[in-house]
Ligand binder design. Structure first.
Ligand code: NAD
Length: 298
């Protein structure tokens, strides 16, 4: 069993850390918010006063942070992961970044990590808070095959579908593909609701039929009831999905490909954030789609 330093104990990180403890690992965690540290202690983990304290003596370090700037700061900054590993003189530490960030940043971090003697994997996840609690996340991993193999005992404590998808940055590219699909489906489910309600047709039974046919999806299965009830407690916040649509657009630009539907959905997500819905669940995209038609709930 490994000694794990875990940085970022938010909506996702907190239940993932709890599952690592359950699997028998010794988890030393760090987060900006005191209540997240209390949750870790209740789950059997050990709160650390700083990133350096969580990382010192760890075999494996993981991060579950909001975006590229936070991951760069925690990995590359003074008193950060690489700094601490360098100072400890313990090469061979495995660093798994579960955050969704730009593939470009993941590649940069892997390069600097190699110079510090740290084996780096980008390992973004899909499956939401429910998947994090159940330990059934999908994990898409970029990095060296031997490092992936070494990470499997940790990955299998948080995920059910675990795949190495290519070299450094590849996990983030697959995650960007995941996010553009999820965003697009939310936009279309929202339009289906607006169409039915705007036509005087009850949307509940309508969506039930859609869910059983070719238009069925996990999103319809898991989210149609809360969307119809206009319950938008996060889950996955609009502001984070807005970040992910930006990653998808930038990655497409780097690859020299055009993603026209993604461009449209990215603008809708940006509008949802600009309208003040950034802290709501991403299913609240419905409110922006409704507003376009002047409907009351928007
Ligand atoms: P969150 O905001 O709930 O959690 C992030 C945590 O990081 C916060 O608790 C914050 O205090 C902490 N943090 C930030 N900077 C820090 C630092 N320098 N040191 C220590 N702690 C720091 O976000 P989340 O929903 O858990 O998402 C985390 C990542 O996972 C994001 O990249 C997101 O896109 C991705 N993700 C989220 C979901 C979801 O459903 N919420 C699903 C899949 C992937």
């Amino acid at each position: 069993m490994a000694r794990i330093g875990f940085i970022g104990l938010g909506i996702m990180g907190s239940p993932m850390a709890a599952n690592l403890v359950k699997a028998g690992h010794e988890v030393h965690g760090s987060d900006h918010h005191a209540e997240n540290m209390d949750k870790l202690a209740k789950a059997g983990g050990i709160p650390a006063a700083s990133v350096a304290e969580a990382v010192t003596g760890a075999d494996v370090v993981v991060t579950m942070l909001p975006d590229s700037p936070q991951v760069s700061e925690v990995a590359l900054g003074l008193g950060g992961i690489f700094d601490t590993v360098r100072a400890s003189g313990r090469p061979g530490v495995l660093y798994i970044d579960f955050s969704t960030i730009s593939p470009h940043t993941s590649r940069q971090i892997a390069e600097v990590g190699a110079q510090a003697g740290v084996r780096v994997l980008d390992a973004p996840v899909s499956g939401g808070e429910a998947g994090a609690i159940a330990g059934t996340l999908s994990v898409m991993v970029g990095g060296a095959e031997a490092d992936f193999d070494a990470a499997v005992p940790v990955l299998s404590a948080v995920g059910a579908t675990i795949a190495r998808v290519g070299p450094h940055g590849s996990g983030q590219v697959v995650k960007a593909a995941n996010q553009l699909v999820v965003g697009g489906i939310y936009a279309l489910v929202s339009e289906a609701i607006v169409l039915m309600e705007g036509s005087g047709v009850e949307a509940g039974p309508g969506l039930d039929v859609l869910a059983g046919g070719l238009a069925g999806s996990r999103i319809l299965d898991l989210k149609r009831e809360t969307m119809l009830a206009r319950e938008f407690k996060p889950g996955f916040r609009i502001e984070l999905h807005d970040k992910d649509m930006g990653i998808a657009i930038a990655t497409a630009r780097d690859a020299g490909v055009a993603l026209p539907v993604t461009g449209l959905v990215a603008q809708l997500m940006a509008a949802a954030k600009a309208r003040g819905d950034g802290k709501l669940d991403h299913s609240a995209l419905l409110r922006t789609i409704e507003a376009l038609s002047g409907r009351a709930d928007g």
